[in-house]
Design a binder for this molecule. Structure first.
Ligand SMILES: Nc1ncnc2c1ncn2[C@@H]1O[C@H](COP(=O)(O)OP(=O)(O)OP(=O)(O)O)[C@@H](O)[C@H]1O
Length: 324
């Protein structure tokens, strides 16, 4: 790539990546869809890799769900090579139906491929989520009636081994598009990103602009700040719930009853996750299990995904498999 002075948006993007890195980060692997956010991320990573003499790589996932998706993945890979990435891989995945919906199924397959690519290189996986994505996530959580963990949105670092990194979480989406313009990068617009059939798209196209208009500017920034504050609160409550956890395979209702509701509910969630082993429990499951403690009138039990049931016997909660 020809050397030229970095534009203001590119400088802001480079700074965002640099300030998000830890000394333990080695190879920087960019997950690039060909959209403006991850292309801007790739551009910033080229500069950061050169400045810090860190190896850089990029991975493009082809979900195979849209016509010409393979061509688009190849075009994106070519753009990345032109940008200065020597190591670019296209990973074609098979999206299997889990019953959670096509979007969730695609995400599952994508993250599996991305995490694998990162593990193979012992790399940090960089994702292009922006402040606007974070604001949308917080609003969607709020609308679902979720608690602080959900309002905490996406974490700067997450995933297996905390390998996933989102350096642009505090950067507005408008900056990423400006980065692409400053560097003559042509991005691909995913038709799903404008399909009002998706709640996230309606939040992006209608809800957030309406809030900006009616309540004043800075809503996305405020929601992103809410995420940071909610994360701190949720982390503290989770730590307190871990301290209160007796670590037994059955859980005495008395232990839960003795705690404030915010902690008791968390302890139940923790016990279910650790015993149940899967993160696919929703708030409805949790409230129903909580009622076995706080509103006990001899209920039969609560059915959970995976053929499990929680029942209360002699003042203790236990997990059983009624079909075995
Ligand atoms: N097909 C893909 N291949 C590789 N990485 C992806 C792919 N799809 C998404 N990602 C990664 O996940 C991030 C968030 O994805 P999401 O679908 O929310 O946004 P997007 O519309 O693809 O955004 P972007 O403008 O970054 O491409 C992207 O910025 C990118 O880092």
């Amino acid at each position: 790539m020809a050397r030229r002075a970095l534009g203001p948006a590119t400088l802001a993007a480079v700074r965002a990546v640099e300030s998000s890195l830890d000394p333990s980060d080695g190879c920087l692997l960019v997950a690039c869809s060909g959209g403006p956010d991850s292309l801007a991320l790739a551009r910033a990573v080229v500069t950061v890799g050169a400045r810090r003499t860190l190896p850089i790589a990029a991975v493009v996932v082809d979900h195979g769900l849209q016509q010409f998706s393979a061509d688009r993945a190849t075009e994106t890979a070519t753009t990345l090579t032109t940008l200065g990435f020597g190591d670019v891989t296209v990973r074609t995945v098979t999206v299997r139906s889990t019953g959670a919906g096509p979007e969730a199924d695609a995400r599952l397959a994508r993250y599996r491929a991305l995490d694998e690519a990162a593990a193979t290189r012992d790399a940090t996986l960089l994702l292009g989520h922006t402040r606007d994505d974070q604001a949308e996530t917080v609003l969607l959580g709020l609308a679902r009636g979720s608690g602080t963990r959900s309002l905490a949105g996406m974490a700067l670092r997450s995933g297996p081994g905390a390998r996933r990194l989102r350096p642009f979480l505090a950067l507005p989406r408008s900056v990423t598009e400006q980065v692409c313009r400053e560097n003559d990068l042509v991005w691909w617009s995913d038709p799903y990103n404008t399909d009002p059939g998706y709640a996230r798209v309606r939040v992006r196209q209608t809800v957030l602009p309406t809030l900006e208009r009616e309540l004043g500017p800075g809503i996305a920034e405020a929601l992103a700040r809410t995420a940071v504050l909610a994360r701190d609160d949720a982390d503290l409550l989770d730590a307190l719930a871990a301290e209160a956890d007796p670590g037994t395979s059955t859980l005495a209702c008395q232990v839960v009853e003795g705690l404030p509701p915010a902690l008791g509910r968390r302890l139940l969630g923790r016990w279910l996750r650790l015993e149940h082993g899967a993160p696919d429990l929703n708030a409805g499951h949790l409230y129903a299990v909580e009622a076995l403690v706080t509103d006990w009138h001899g209920q039969a039990g609560v059915d959970l995904p995976g053929g499990l049931r929680v029942r209360r016997t002699d003042g203790r909660l236990e997990l059983v498999r009624p079909d075995r």
